[in-house]
Design a protein. Sequence first.
Lengths: 492, 682
Amino acid sequence: MVSPKIFSQSTNTLPANKGGYCPQHPVGEVTRKHMAVRIILLFIHINAMKVKVLSRNPDDYVRETKLDIQRVPRNYDPSLHPFEVPREYTRALNATKLERVFAKPFLASLDGHRDGVNCMAKHPKSLSTMLSGSCDGEVVWNLTKRECVRTLQAHEGFVRGMVVRFCGTSFFTVGDDKTIKQWKMETPGYGEEEEPLNTILGKSVFTSIDHHQKEGVFVTCGQQVDIWDEQRSSPIRSFSWGVDSFSCVRFNPVETELLASCASDRSIVLYDMREATPLKKVIMNMRSNTLCWNPMEAYNFTCSNEDYNLYTYDMRYLDKPFTVHMDHVSAVLDVDYSPTGKEFVSASFDKTIRIFPKDSGHSREVYHTKRMQHVISIKWSSDNKYILSASDEMNIRLWKANAAEKLGLLAPREKAAVNYSQKLKDKFQHHPQIRRIARHRHLPKSIYSQSKELRVMKEARRRKERNVRKHSKPGSMPVVTEKEKHVVTVVK
Amino acid sequence: MPCAFIKFCCQLVCEKLNVCNDRIRKSKMCFDNKLSEGDKINLSDLIGTLDKTPSALIKTKKQLKNLQHNQSTLETPLTRKETERIQREVAFEKTSKEVSRWQSVVLQNQKAEQLVFPLNQEPSGPKRIEQVVAGWKAQTPLEQEIFSLLRMNKQPLHDPVLTPTEEASLRAMSLEEAKIRRAELQKARVLQSYYEAKAKRERKIKSKKYHRVQKKVMRKEYLKQFDEMVKTDPAAALEELKKMELSRMKERMSLKHQNSGKWAKSKAIMAKYDDGARKAMQKQLEVNKDLTLKLVIPADEDEEDEEESAETLPDFVNDAEHILDQVNPWMRGKLSTDPMVQEESNRLDPPVVRPRELGTPGEGRDDQEEDEEQMEETEEEALLRGFEERPDQPKAGPGVGQGESPALLEEGLVRVRTLEDVELLSQDVSASDPAPLTTTQTPGTEETDTQSATQQADKKRKRKKMIDPNEVLTKEAKVIKMPLAPTAVEDVEGKEEQRVIIKEAFAGDDVISDFLKDKRKQEEAGRPKVIDLTLPGWGEWGGLGLQPSRSKRKRFRVKVAPPPPRQDQKLPNIIISEKRDSSIAAHQVCQLPFPFENPTQFERTIRSPVGRTWNTQNTVQKITAPKVVTQLGAIIEPIAREYLIKDNRQAVTGPSINLESDQGPQKKRRSQQKKKHKRKKN
């Protein structure tokens, strides 16, 4: 059968070449070639009188307007696109390399405090507003402009804790001067004085404060855990359970009547606002500094511990944590969940910030800078994009939550490319070359050597235990898992 | 003293209530009487009045009596500590139960392919006018007229956007039901189209025999109908009979079924030699006779039956077809396999255990080594089992054993700033990485194997001077006969028996020769092969039966350089696999990653491409959809209680519709039909 393409070619090109000069081919050669084609065609004509002509619908290939994208027909026949796995592997490798190259998480440093920053608070209604309390006063920040909006002298001495009311119109602070103060979020007009809306004078120092999600109720802790009504000057309920000092108390954001607190007797205590007594407490080997509830899972919380680890508990089964998060080389001071509840970020005394997936034992990311000192407070912004860290050396730092992520609006094609490369990275993440690159992080020498030392120590301990077990009567040395090691008792 | 006190109380009560109640007054009188007598009041005195009142107070009476008899003191109440503890426990139970309601939501979110945050997003896009304009009223006469018209036709005006009929229809059928109904309709449509197609197909069939059979069936049916008609409606039957007569006459006129057709002529030629052809001719003649005979009675039943048995198609042709896959019309027409046969086949093939082959660049490793590796792993697993969680707690996530799990990050002092740095990083790896991995994690893998092999080789070399190992293997062992002193007779007998059994079991087994054969085969496979690159027709004539010239063949035969000598060349009792390529191994996954259960699963995920080159736009979008989607600049609030309620409602409505119930009767019918056919066949 004759190919219609050849047919049309021969009829079209032959007369054209007769007259003019074709730059590619000398004339004689061209004509000879086409003569041959013509002869063949004639031959075919004689043999079969049926001629097939291509008929296409122009709608299939002509654009409606010139602004439309050209249609590119594709053939997905796998034999036409061989080596799919090696090709994708290469793409994945390149994507991983680029991710590492573009991993620049540090965005900005907010300086202006004249003392170490002790606490921070997110605004529940505005992403660009953030509050920070230092060891001498406190400041309200505007993040998009990276500038201080308002400064006020809230307490004498440390500002221990601060929280914004759920509606975002006012905020509460507690300080070393044994007071709880409520402030308006709006800046006072010209000539007005900075004055708190309310001031409550307590009997002892308050160390932490948190506000209820929906009602006008807040909770403080110090020598005991107090639940306050906003309208009253005395607590509506106080809990104490043989402990004389608490370091942190947090409302559960999902089951809003539940509370948890960290106490100085190395325990974590659970409360229900509606009950007269605390619910339960678990005593661990070392003291927990802070805790944070998972905002998407009502019964899970993570606490940051002095023994360099973080522990994620299911509040129904306190006898052992369901994950132990290791990697820090010094006490963990603060922890905050991402608003999606998939990850959390921790701040440590070892001058680093680490991001952990909520069910993984090790961190997926470590942030540090040369000048950042002990990180005291940490917050994950409520749009899941940024992390704020407050540290000893008077600075607040703004980080990206995903180090290599491009910020701002993405074009759809860009978005598709990002998704594709992410998928590829996930797909080939177990291959050693890719894994190596994806997992590589730079650490300051001191932390590096410290973690190495810790590893050696741990291995030695493990080996010794193994040896002891080997040489003792079988069954006399029960195997204690890592999870069980850190819990002393659960007190009912 | 007590009397005075009670009196005082009574007075007090009376005064305080200030109610002129007869009862109280009476009781007061009673008390007064008693008190005036100056006696002590006993419990029995009080109960005495109770005795007169009927059944309502029996319970209290009993209790009081019990109190009277009971002399022992009450138990001391629990201490404050203990009561608090009990209170705490109760409260904790309560809250934990309350919190557990979230379990399903949490699990659902964990399993979700994609989570879009913020969770409670309002549907984007323009809102309906009815929602925007809420408090608007018709004012102008035109508007009023329009509205009155709308009202008359029961059209929605304000908030309920649907007409009453629409609402009723919505209420009548939920989404699930509608789906089911739609599926049913679809099925019916498919079936119909199938039958149409079948009819079309049958019409197109050229086989004469088929049509003959078909006709015969039709005729038989027709006759049956006629018989019935004779009984029920004789007049109509008479007319039918006339029609039949007419057709017979026509037939007679056309003179069909005589030996004049093309087919009949050809058969006539064949009839001399072929018995079948002769029979066919005879049959045709018979038919002719039948047709040309004047009919009075319809044809004989028995005869027809016989013919039928000879000619009809098997029963299942006429069956309502058995559909394997109801949805897929392409799956029709396949005969289902007999379950028994299937079972047998299942029994015959044992579950195939595939060797562990990981990694992209397809490369298999030696089976032996893999076996060893697996052994190693199982040992490790056994060790690890001790570290596992206690079973009484629910596993909240894939909590990795902390001590054993590898770190997610590899922290070092190298800072990666540019692509060159990354490049360097990967080069370092290829030089240094694989060795420590294998030595630490699987101590008995290839590396150590080869090591041991080389060690053995060294030893062999030393020994070689004295004994040729080749001979040792191939030569038969000398049987040394020793006089055995029977120390324990029974034992020897047992051993003898066992030996005999083993001998019988391994009668045809020649392990050594098998091994040698195996080794030779491997050597053959490793030997370089000559590659023939000759193409016919280039530079000379080509065509059928023409071979490329000898010189050309010589020229285009490429001889590959011989590979380095095999490691086990001089080790007759060892096979060292040469398949492992260390340069590729550095790029391969050496351990099965966590969520996968077997290597094939992992390989499958790697093998299926993701990109646009291999998949359509939609598929790519679907595959590469990110797990967590957040909106730019949107505040993500904690999950709210409404979510839980919504989820519960879904759970309630979800599984209530039973899809199985529709299929039940059909299945029954089918099975009944089958039974019928079986009976027929019998």
